[in-house]
Design a protein around this ligand. Structure first.
Ligand code: DGJ
Length: 723
């Protein structure tokens, strides 16, 4: 676990397979010695003392050749005298921006919750609180570095306390800084845009500053709060890599900086852009935490570690390991154009086909028949619903379905009673006309009265109605960042205060309604991050429901996030986003990579389509445990530009899936090989008399039928036999 070696002044964190080591230098600065496979409690000071580089850098404390800028540091503060990008920067009352953080004391304890922020927790987790002190600023900076030994996961966050007598402005406080003594790495990030989120983006690191960030007020469609550093030979199933994933849903920065000595400095944390925090005497500030994984087992091993960790240490306990219902959502079936008759007809057919939960999407409230009004007026439109919401729910539950409801609490339409009553509740800068996106404004969740109002509205809605699931949407980013609730020198706190306010609402509602299954959404995957996963056990992965587009989106999302968290629906063809026509079979196989559902007009289905949907649903129900809660890994394919393969596996079943994008004539015979099985384990292909050993499945694999059309797919389900 955590050991402090008094003689070497080094802290060792030992997990099952890995080790993280840092130490106190004679000057009191902290050096980062090692993050890698387990070595043991050995003296690693040579990592620092053997650095030999001719340089043009300042000596520290006037000690000849003691140059902080060429050392791997743990939490570098600006300018004293490391001139690389700091992890920490403050502005003091005298206008100076230097700080000098030196070791003061430390303590080891069990891991505790971070107040007001989502936190990863486990009974076996241990934390080191390393207190650094700046005597001039009278500021205490505590690094809380934790280890989850069984999960091979390390986390870190930072607590900053002003012990002086004047206010201090925090300008930058990254959650972690890792200095690597090499630039021979690739960088991996997840990015894209609305409708094509979380695509894997791998490139070589080069001298200078690179990375991803969000200034949107949410983690965003264009980037995920993740950064990976990979050895150049790292592939799916072998090779060394590091992953940093921030448990945060707001503006973030994830960067790699290669300095002039070819060191790579990796950081992740709250985006310093448009952020500063006025810390009054006696006050403290805590950063969100970062989840750090190292492995030599390639990208698949990284994914397996993150998946297991999030399932066991982050997701809401009640749902983390619970099978999720197969839902039917009316959005792509009706958009805003529905009435009671249509909803009940959809629900009736959904039930007949085997679906379990009916979700009523946007358009059930106020006067909302398109996207230009009524957000904020969460009063059911009884004319449209043909009676009260409670009556509609009763009718749906009477069919034997659970009921779920869409809501977008963070927003308000200019055309709404709420806006008429509280025009000052929106995020905006006085004197400037606020911008609208999708005809809506963002409510200022940094203000407690707005948070309280939303808690009250949601509590009423959920108390008065039998709602077992909520889809919590968020369809625009923050522009016009300004809050009436904050004085001028606190305005730059808005982004973080908004997210903390959102977390407070989510925590209160999920505590009050502990049986409620919450799915979050931000125009698809615009806020698919570990912060949201602490409250919502599933997230709508993307508004792009095309099966082929989803291959890359789900591949990237599942790099970090467990399959049960990725909501994936079968939709109509031609697909509403890209116009592609794919078979119902392929749409089903792709959507069953995650948390499965449908959103298409069930009333327009042919008999043959209904038979196929019933078959898909029965199959999913039979193997749901494996498909939602089992281990998901990506499989090697012959042509990665045209094929995707993945494996879902647990103690009972092995499910192999393969999708061709385009059909090609006369190619080599292709086989799909499983991974991570025991050589001697025995498997039976269900509904057949074919038997295989784990070794056969991994070494020879199964024959992939030649595609006779574009977008062809194959699935094999194998039962694991008793030893
Ligand atoms: C965006 C979501 O991603 C969609 O699924 C749908 O709920 C719409 N908003 C409704 O406005």
């Amino acid at each position: 676990m955590i050991e402090f070696n008094q003689a070497t002044q080094q802290f060792h964190f030992f997990s099952q397979n890995d080790q993280f080591t840092l130490g106190i230098l004679p000057s009191g600065h902290l050096a980062f010695y090692y993050f890698g496979e387990k070595l043991g409690n050995v003296d690693l000071s040579y990592v620092v003392t053997e650095i030999q580089r001719a340089s043009y850098l300042a000596d520290t404390d006037c000690i000849k050749d003691f140059k902080l800028e060429q050392l791997p540091l743990v939490y570098p503060a600006f300018g004293n005298p490391d001139l690389r990008t700091p992890a920490f920067e403050v502005e003091l009352a005298d206008g100076s921006r230097l700080s000098d953080l030196r070791y003061q004391k430390h303590q080891i304890s069990t891991k505790k919750e971070i107040k007001g922020l989502p936190t990863t927790l486990h009974e076996s987790a241990q934390s080191l609180q390393l207190v650094l002190y700046d005597c001039v600023a009278q500021m205490e900076v505590t690094l809380i570095i934790s280890i989850f030994p069984e999960h091979d996961v390390f986390t870190q966050h930072v607590r900053i306390e002003n012990q002086g007598i004047t206010e201090v402005q925090i300008e930058r406080c990254m959650s972690v800084n890792l200095d690597f003594l090499s630039d021979n790495y690739d960088l991996l990030t997840l990015g894209g845009a609305w409708g094509r989120e979380t695509h894997l983006n791998r490139r070589k690191v080069t001298q200078g500053f690179q990375g991803v960030d969000s200034k949107r007020g949410a983690s965003g469609h264009g980037q995920n709060p993740f950064i990976g550093l990979l050895a150049p030979d790292c592939q799916e199933n072998h090779g060394e890599l590091y992953g940093l994933n921030l448990v945060y849903s707001g503006n973030f920065l994830a960067s790699a900086e290669v300095d002039m000595h070819q060191n790579t400095r990796l950081q992740i944390g709250i985006n310093p852009f448009a952020f500063s925090w006025a810390l009054a005497p006696g006050a403290y500030f805590e950063t969100p935490e970062v989840v750090m994984v190292h492995t030599c087992g390639g990208l698949n091993e990284l994914s397996l570690r993150y998946h297991r960790f999030y399932q066991e240490c982050l997701l809401p306990k009640k749902f983390a390991k619970k099978e999720r219902p197969i839902l039917m959502n009316n959005w792509e079936a009706t958009y805003f154009d529905f009435d009671k008759e249509k909803i009940l007809a959809l629900a009736t057919t959904g039930k007949e086909l085997g679906m379990e939960l009916f979700v009523l999407d946007d358009g059930w409230f106020g006067q909302r028949n398109n996207d230009d009004s009524s957000l904020g007026d969460w009063t059911p439109n009884e004319e449209k619903l043909g009676g009260s919401l409670a009556e509609l729910i009763q009718a749906i539950c009477h069919l034997g379905l659970d009921f779920g409801l869409w809501i977008e609490p963070e927003m308000v339409s200019p055309k709404s009673h709420l806006f008429q009553a509280h025009p000052d509740w929106i995020i905006r800068v006085a004197q400037r006309e606020p911008q609208q996106v999708r005809h809506q404004y963002v409510l200022d969740l940094s203000r407690v009265e707005v948070q309280d109002y939303l808690i009250e509205v949601l509590t009423k809605l959920l108390t008065e109605n039998q709602i077992s699931y909520v889809k919590w949407d968020m369809n625009r980013n923050i522009t016009d960042a300004g809050s009436r609730g904050l004085s001028p020198n606190h305005q730059q706190e808005l982004g973080h205060r908004y997210i903390v306010g959102l977390y407070r609402i989510l925590a209160t509602i999920t505590e009050r309604f502990s049986e409620l299954l919450l799915e979050t959404c931000a125009g698809g995957g615009g806020r698919f991050d570990p912060g949201m996963l602490a409250y919502s056990a599933q997230i709508w992965t993307s508004d792009d429901t095309d099966a082929i587009e989803r291959l890359a989106i789900q591949e990237g999302t599942s790099l970090l996030y467990p399959q049960a968290t990725m909501s994936c629906h079968v939709s109509a063809v031609p697909n509403h986003q890209v116009g592609r026509i794919t078979s119902l079979k392929t749409r089903g196989i792709v959507a069953q990579q995650g948390n499965f559902g449908y959103e298409l007009d069930l009333l327009a289905l042919s008999e043959a389509e209904k038979i196929e949907i019933s078959r898909q649903i029965s199959e999913y129900k039979a193997y749901r445990r494996t498909m939602q809660l089992g281990r998901l890994v990506r499989l090697a394919v012959y042509d990665a530009t045209n094929e995707h393969g993945w494996q879902q596996e647990d103690e009972d079943y092995l499910i192999l899936n393969h999708v061709f994008v385009l059909a090609k004539a006369n190619t080599v015979p292709k086989r799909l090989k499983a991974i991570n099985l025991e050589n001697n384990a025995r498997y039976q292909l269900v509904d057949s008399q074919r038997f295989f050993t784990g070794a056969e499945l991994m070494s020879i694999g199964l024959s992939i039928p030649k595609p006779t059309t574009d977008f062809a797919s194959t699935r094999w389900i194998l039962r694991k036999l008793e030893e």
